[in-house]
Design a protein around this ligand. Sequence first.
Ligand code: SF4
Length: 265
Amino acid sequence: MKNSQTNPKPVGKALFLWLSTISLILLMIGVTALWYFISPRLHEFNEAFPFILLTGLRIFFLLLVIGSILVLFTAIFERNFIIAKFAAHMFIRIMYPVCVFLGPLIGIPEERIGESFVRVNDTFIRSLRKKFDPKETLVLLPHCLQDTSCTVRITVDPSNCKRCMRCDIGKVLDICDEYGVDVSIATGGTLARRIIIDKRPKVIIAVACYRDLVSGIRDAYPIMTLGVFNLRPNGPCINTHVNINILRKALESVVKRPVSSFENN
Ligand code: SF4
């Protein structure tokens, strides 16, 4: 089946958690070895400087270790552990680039690391158990979801979609109407960033491939971004699809359900 070729077996969050733990240990060993070689020269330079540098490094590593333990607890138990947000920050900013550097050296492709990272990031958001107002939520879609034969200009205004259901845009708009959340369609990272700056959401549910999700999550931080992988039965960037059930679950996990007109009466 074509789909299975372009969307291989999903990667869980364990890969990124293992890799980041190994990366952290290797990073500490590397920096300690470096310290061992350069410290005699630093002493010649200034007596106090090595002490200040070593103290700074110890504090940095201590925070990194505490952060990693909190992230592991958050990811495993799906509960928010005290400074888990801070730990998530460290993982997004520090551990991801380290993992992406080290992973391929031990034969793990960047794509699998990125996919696993997106799942760990989702765990952080879900573990906060926070529901946002629909008005604070943005569903961000890639333009490649639109059927290539469709001539409607949906990037300017998604409501231009006729909902003929030839592609998944119509289904996504239906479900977003149900939740009362705003939808935007971006043709690339630059436009996506501009949409986020203009709309200032508190939480984003982004549909994209792993590469765009990873860069989106890192660029949008501290705005929380829940990732939904698109399906690519026709290859990347052309007539892609999204699993509507997964999108619904993502909406359910972070958006307050609007009170229906039926309940109001
Ligand atoms: S649902 Fe129909 S009208 Fe809407 S974008 Fe897809 S093909 Fe075009």
